[in-house]
Ligand binder design. Sequence first.
Ligand code: NAD
Length: 457
Amino acid sequence: MSDADELKVLNPATEEVVATVAAASGQDVAAAVARAARAQTRWAALAPADRARLLRRFADVVDAHTEELAQLEVREAGHTVGNARWEAGNARDLLLYAAGGAERLLGKQIPVPGGWNVTFQEPLGVIGVIAPWNFPMPIAAWGSFPALAAGNTVVLKPAETTPLTALRLAELALEAGLPEHVLQVLPGHGHTAGRALVDHPDIAKIVFTGSSRTGREVMERCAKLVKPVTLELGGKSPNIVFADADLTTALDPFSFLDNAGQDCCARTRILVQEAVLEEAREFLADALAAVVVGDPADEKTQMGPLISRQQLERVRSYVRADAPALRGSAPGGPGFWFPPTVLTGERHDGEAAREEIFGPVAVLLPFTDEADAIRLANDTPYGLSGSLWTRDLGRALRVSQAVRAGNLSVNSHSSVRYWTPFGGYKQSGLGRELGPDALTAFTETKNVFISTEGPAQ
Ligand code: NAD
């Protein structure tokens, strides 16, 4: 993308311009942070019950606009309309969940001699949230809403390609009665607006979701100011299928095709026990051929386009035309289309099996026994997610303890629920979002000792 101060938002299914949005400069970011800092003092001073009430009202307004938000996500991100509705609902549900947290941000009373000792969870101040394009609404929500509930204000920079739903959420927040400047959305380029947020001394914490490369840079820049950071980075998650599993559910192709594979939790390494490898291959060939790829606004569509030409080229670079693979189909013509693909001739240490492709591409790899499955699953710099499928309960427990990843599912492909903590081991990230401790991640712990001895005579 150019450095022009406008962002052109394209519909990835048609390549038509959906909107043109002003890109924030470094000065715009500085002005927004100053407004957010002033607003934060008042926001934090509200009684928790009042903050909670406002956030619940915000949830009601989001709920009333679910369809509008979903249609916007279809147009700017190419998400299937069913997924986009879930995403708007996820933002609403998280608001309700976080609102409850505002009233339960509890401290501790710790027994010590000579007095009382209590802890308080105090808001950090202004939080900078940098969101990616793959799930623009949910990821903006996960970084922002618990922070707001804990008494912080937020400056959010959406990705260049997908600013529209975040901008709309900020408007809906005002409509719901949230005070001005509590939630500000500043679309802009990563290397200008993004860096300005990271480098600003009055941004108390950065929540970054995106590529590992940018995440490393964000962390380095935060280190200069000893600024805390939450990083949600890439993944190359395993789907471990033992021979005793029900292959039809274990090999659900949407475990890696959902959102056209642009999902950091996508199970893109399909590890199958040798005894059922051939059966798995046949099942996947049929399953890929049956996937309906096309217009994401059509209710029957199961997979839409990739986000951009750049992403399409990136995905293509991992799939040689003559590579042994199982392939589905994709539309021709305008739009950033790539067919569902399972590469069948890759080595586990080859590029396609090790790097995050972020498209509808998985690799099929055989394993011999439980130890081999665990070794292969862990042979990656990432550790975000994973599934394992077996009817043997003891094995399920052993393998889920042995796989080094933040979010595992047994006999299921689910990974993100707003009730439970989400985040990665190893180079998949740092810190956790969501779950019962989501608000705590946006607080400092203050400890106060109150002497009961009385002043010295
Ligand atoms: P990116 O990391 O460059 O961008 C993510 C966000 O960071 C965007 O808002 C961007 O504007 C901002 N940004 C970029 N450079 C910045 C900087 N120097 N300082 C501060 N903010 C900055 O990701 P991308 O280029 O959009 O995607 C590239 C790859 O990243 C994808 O192919 C995929 O592998 C991975 N990715 C992962 C996730 C995830 O959820 N883990 C999400 C998106 C992309």
